[in-house]
Design a protein around this ligand. Sequence first.
Ligand code: HEC
Ligand code: HEC
Ligand code: HEC
Ligand code: HEC
Length: 185
Amino acid sequence: MMKKLVGFAILVGFGVAFFLPATGSVSGEDEKIEFIGATKCKMCHNLAKTGKFFDDWMNNKHAKAFDLLKGDEQKDPKCQKCHTTGFGEPGGFQKFDDEASMKMVNVQCEMCHGPGGLHSKSKKDNVIPHAWEPVKETCEKCHNPESPTWKEDRYTDENGNKAGFIFEIAVKEVNHAKVKEALKK
Ligand code: HEC
Ligand code: HEC
Ligand code: HEC
Ligand code: HEC
């Protein structure tokens, strides 16, 4: 699928290809694309036919990550950084109590798939590529020792080695496997 999207970008010209990330990280040129929030993704990505990705995300811990912050912690940029979406970026979370920002709390779709300002203009047969398949580095922007609740032994791999984060194991909890399974039927 990614290959198809890259091919498409080249077809429509450099204007769009320019925005294509080389890796799954939110950085560089992508900063120019606005974050739009999960409710906007819901319009197109919660249909029975193409998969209930929004519902699936709502049932994931990431959708409640802001609730973990208590009292003044919710106002603390040091905590907001990893418990909101698009922190300090265009369209993303800016500050507590700001109406637009409060729609960008929790770890929403765009923290894994990239800001959707351009992609959201997609048509069924004309998908504007923005979205990519998240890689290890996408997750490690938050899943790293800077997290005050980081535990070096949170994960155990098949050989018994422990680590604070193991992408291959963790990704199974967030890759919408159930949605994709349902689509096959
Ligand atoms: C106007 C409709 C529309 C909106 C809004 C929209 N998308 Fe999409 N998206 C599409 C279409 C069409 C496709 C291609 C067909 C499919 O996979 O359903 C697609 C594909 C994708 C893919 C799969 C790409 C791949 O490589 O297979 C991801 C991931 C994605 N969208 C994420 C998002 C996210 C995150 C948002 C919100 C920020 C969003 N989309 C908003 C229409 C939309
Ligand atoms: C570098 C990113 C990052 C920052 C900064 C951050 N968190 Fe988190 N937080 C995470 C991640 C990732 C998790 C999931 C568990 C883990 O790996 O630490 C988490 C989990 C939590 C949990 C759930 C406890 C658990 O063990 O699952 C609480 C409570 C929490 N964070 C509070 C805070 C507070 C309070 C702050 C600010 C002082 C903060 N976090 C700052 C990334 C971060
Ligand atoms: C914590 C990270 C994370 C979040 C948050 C997240 N996703 Fe995903 N998403 C993934 C992963 C991982 C995959 C699987 C990519 C692969 O197949 O390699 C995926 C795949 C997808 C696909 C493509 C499925 C396919 O193979 O055709 C779509 C569409 C999608 N996500 C939409 C969304 C939408 C919409 C939201 C928010 C409502 C969302 N995702 C939230 C991690 C996430
Ligand atoms: C914007 C920051 C952020 C990003 C990016 C992010 N996460 Fe998380 N993640 C969190 C926070 C915060 C929590 C705590 C939620 C809770 O425990 O309720 C969490 C919890 C989790 C959990 C459950 C607790 C644990 O640590 O086992 C898993 C699994 C997880 N994330 C996997 C991923 C994967 C895989 C990716 C990348 C595809 C990813 N996350 C990307 C912030 C993030």
